[in-house]
Design a protein. Structure first.
Length: 152
């Protein structure tokens, strides 16, 4: 991994059901336990998205056990935002929430504008292609930011 790698990263998006679970899953697959990784959403009103599970399964990233959670639930369960070195927001709403919640902490918030694939495409294959596009955007940004995967 390249230098300037944080010890802990929180990915966030709107519902913690599509983009942030993909990012969390890929980080865990690529870097194992060398970086503590979690994800959260502005809201927790959806379950993990089936298309996200499917497209991540294509690259051997398992998301079926992911349980969605909001920033609020995350803090209730003991994962304090101040304990993260880096927060990566994958949507404008999550960026606003992360900046609001961390205004008193000294930690970095990065914004990665990742495509929201929900609602895109008519049939299954078109939808899958939209989710694949989002997955590849996330994967590319992760590898660019954190370097090549760690060999297990």
């Amino acid at each position: 991994m390249s230098k300037d790698i944080p010890q802990s990263v929180l990915f966030c998006c709107d519902h913690n059901a599509v983009r942030s679970p993909m990012a969390e899953g890929m980080m865990k697959k690529f870097y194992g336990t060398s970086i503590y990784v979690q994800s959260a959403g502005v809201k927790n009103d959806l379950d993990i998205d089936g298309f996200s599970i499917a497209v991540c399964g294509e690259i051997d990233v398992e998301l079926t056990r992911h349980r969605t959670r909001s920033f609020e639930e995350m803090q209730e369960w003991g994962d304090d935002l101040s304990g993260f070195d880096l927060i990566v927001a994958l949507s404008p709403a999550s960026q606003r929430q992360a900046l609001e919640l961390t205004r008193y902490y000294h930690l970095d918030v990065e914004y990665w504008p990742i495509l929201d694939p929900t609602g895109l495409g008519e049939g299954r294959e078109e939808k899958m292609n939209s989710y694949r596009q989002a997955r590849e955007q996330i994967k590319s940004r992760i590898l660019q930011r954190f370097g090549p995967p760690v060999e297990e």
